[in-house]
Design a protein around this ligand. Sequence first.
Ligand code: ADP
Ligand code: MG
Length: 701
Amino acid sequence: MSRVTECFGELTFSKAVMREKLSREVFEKLSDAIQAGNALDENIAADVAHAMKEWAISRGATHFSHWFQPQRGGTAEKHDAFLSYSEQGDLIERFSGKQLIQSEPDASSFPSGGIRSTFEARGYTAWDPTSPAFLLESGETRTLVIPSVFLSWTGDVLDRKTPFLRSMRALNDAVIKLQRLLGNRLARKVVVNVGPEQEYFVVARRLADTRPDLRICGRSLFGAPPAKGQQMEDHYFGAIHPKMMRFMEDLDHELYRRGIPAKTRHNEVSPNQFEIAPLYEEANLAIDHNLQMMDIMKKVGARHDLEVLLHEKPFAGVNGSGKHVNWSIGDNTGANYLEPSASPLKNINFLLTLGALMLGVDKFGGLLRAGVADAGNDHRLGANEAPPAIMSVFLGEYLSTLVDEIAGMGKVNEQSMNHITMGVRNLPRISKDTSDRNRTSPIAFTGNKFEFRAVGSSQNVSEAVTSLNLLLAYGLFIIEGRMAERGSIEDVKERAITVLKDVFKETRRVRFDGNGYSEEWHREAERRGLPNARNTPAALPAYLDKEVIELMEKSRTLSERELRAKVEIKLETYLKTKEIEYKTALDMARTLFLPALTRQIASTAAAAAAMKQAGLEGTLLRDEAARFEALFGDIKARTAELERVLNDAQAEKDCHRRAHFLADHGETALGALRAVVDTAERDVAAEFWPMAKYQELLTVL
Ligand code: ADP
Ligand code: MG
């Protein structure tokens, strides 16, 4: 591999390229718009578009595409050639300012949650200049890609990027206001940094191809536990298999070319499970990059005959995959508010940020949970796998003691304040280690950032970041209000500590440093009144709590109408995912497992008959044939039961009730079918079993 710095960002219309290709005036105007997060000045759009087109064409691009994040998940693109008619009617290659700024895909088939009726189905996409344009490469084909937001013609949200950008604005306002109060004159713009750690599985392509469940659902619906799973704990951080190393190197290289700073690669807990983590970046870019990364992983995998599985739970009985979202907040001066410091005022700021987030988690834990709810993540959250569905904050022993001290503080004076800020300053870096050992906490403080671990491996992290932003903005708003009420206290630090005292007292219930998997915690959390939604249908209604609607509207992140549409889409996606899984399971049972058993029965019965013909008893074989027949009967009966549940569900017209019905009865019926199929898999002759088993899937590369 060539030096990283030689190829880094070669497929992006980066700042360096812009400086080279644009006139100084245009470059500066564009940089200002990017810096301030403003819309592009229409007067310079034509120049920018022209430069982009020339750059893209010189690198082999023929088309451009606005690239956006529909609510169905993933990303969307529609390519248009640069072709156009000149005024004389000749064919020319053209890319206008208008085409750069805005595009109107028909887009009527994207879920809108009822926001658009078909007669006004148009949506439009608009360039988000804070995320650089790049070249999408697929084989020999290159396309100029414009990262965009996606809105309906009436201006309603249809995507995941718009609410995120709005949450940034709300957070910005709240942060800057408080910073002014603290006497900070330099902070002008909030900066949220995000580093998502991406877990994934790989499976040899030829094995994956034998499994309709992996192909269609991205996860296995059947499969007996392998003899050797993750018991030996020898995969985690183990030596990387040479084949995997080649894939990882190829992947890193492709990411570097796209300006994605891949940093860490290692084996994860389960066999054939891995992780890749980039350096953190500004949230908007980190989100776009993670989406690109998921796409590139699949494409690079295909080159290596590997199927990359991003599903949260591809295999039962071994770990699932998550995406730990590292999140920190600071401002344009480079300050990280979650970084302990030598300056007492900065440490007050640290504590205020901490307190604000805890207020947010205390009030809106349900929203945080709902933002990571989907059919895939249901297999992790609340399923005794990291982390639980209860939203609590881990601070580590040292910081916890400090927070308790503040909460229980008597008189606030110079001395006690000094004591506390010194305490923050001495915050041991090992808090990172202790928290890393506590993998069971969904929101862990790790030294200078929070790590939100409830996000699913296949999810767009935008929702999680949006929720965290809004929770913090809410907390800052409350704190700011309370500080204003205590205006009589002259010293701003003293005022802050007096407010924090109450904040830490009030939010005690969301702090938990113990084992999040334990039964005791579930009971304790219930006593504390913390929400614990076990699955998606149970989690989603939190979006429609009066207070959440108010938060969304006040922060101008989503209108009630947009929020209701969002919930509808999530519910619909959940239902469709479940129905596809059940239909796939039924199909596999009928066309793969029952025929396999038929062959097994025929073979065993023939052996029994041969014994008899040879004058031998053959009772063992006869019994064995009968046992296989009984298994055949079990599979048939449970297939019929799953089908009945599916039909009953389809008769239920109310989406919420249908979702609950599937989450309960559908999962039970699929589980029952799986149990007998997995028994059959253990007993049926290897030559008759129609697909690759867990042991191969998890060990062969
Ligand atoms: P680990 O959690 O495995 O110990 P690190 O904590 O060093 O690893 O980093 C994990 C991820 O967190 C990386 O993507 C890293 O860039 C990101 N990260 C580190 N510092 C910050 C920060 N201040 N804000 C946001 N993300 C960060
Ligand atoms: Mg980490």
